[in-house]
Design a protein around this ligand. Structure first.
Ligand code: PXP
Length: 244
């Protein structure tokens, strides 16, 4: 087990708050700089088709100007592929995107969409971008990701987070544990994210195959009360404690 579990801080909802008034405050780039100082290992942004939070101008402003690697979450579309190839982020995480959803609700159907995903995965990889696929913790999706040649998968922890709130996360945690084990046996690097909080992050962070967590909404929400720096430091501490 690699003791240092990387923390990618998703700053989408800093942009959500900014966009509520349409001005320039709070600035996602400033959030990225605070995240770097607080011990984040990467910055994640999701450029959605409808630009509801992060905008093209945000991606321009962040690219090449912050000290942390950028993980661009993107739908598997020609438009997003062109943007990724133009900006060359460190990593690109392919996510399913439905316009009406409030957040990314399900995992990518890597198994069912092999032919549509293959050229996108290949072109991102050829450009030197580390590709990950955001999938449900299911064997067939892991196997499809490996067949597509994606080096990384991000396991969707949303159902685990919901089950945790309902007081019965054991089965969902077990699914994540089995998927992490199976994915690692296929040679995939395993990430996880969605819906993680101080309360529920520990059991996920303790899964030995995990290399990275991506966390956003909770951290930005908590930042309202304690500040972004303190929220990230506390999350980092919860992750480290689970890993110790
Ligand atoms: N990982 C992926 C692929 C996501 O789409 C999201 C949400 O944008 C996250 C992680 C972070 O989820 P949350 O904002 O609930 O922490």
């Amino acid at each position: 087990m690699n003791r240092h579990l990387r923390l990618g801080v998703n700053i989408d909802h800093v942009a959500t708050i900014r966009n509520a008034r349409g001005g320039i405050h709070p600035c996602p780039k400033r959030a990225a700089e605070i995240a770097a100082a607080a011990g984040a290992d990467g910055i994640t942004v999701h450029l959605r088709e409808d630009r509801r939070h992060i905008t093209d101008a945000d991606l321009d402003a962040l690219s090449g100007s912050i000290s942390l690697p950028i993980n661009l979450e993107m739908a598997a579309t020609d438009e997003m592929l062109a943007i990724a190839l133009a900006h060359k982020p460190h990593a690109a995480c392919i996510v399913p995107e439905r316009r009406a959803e409030r957040t990314t609700e399900g995992g990518l159907d890597a198994a069912g969409q092999h032919n549509a995903l293959q050229p996108i995965v290949s072109r991102l990889k050829d450009a030197g971008i580390r590709v990950s696929l955001f999938i449900a913790p299911e064997a067939r999706q892991l196997e499809a990701a490996a067949r597509l040649g994606a080096p990384v998968v991000e396991l969707h922890t949303g159902p685990y987070a919901h089950a945790f709130d309902d007081g019965d996360a054991a089965a969902e945690l077990e699914r994540l544990a089995r998927a992490a084990e199976h994915g690692a046996s296929l040679g995939l690097e395993i990430h996880a994210g969605h819906g993680l909080t101080y309360a529920n992050v520990g059991p996920v962070a303790a899964l030995p195959q995990l290399a990275e967590l991506n966390i956003g909404h909770f951290l930005v929400g908590e930042a309202v009360f304690v500040g972004l720096d303190a929220a990230i430091r506390r999350m980092r501490a919860e992750m480290d404690a689970a890993r110790a």
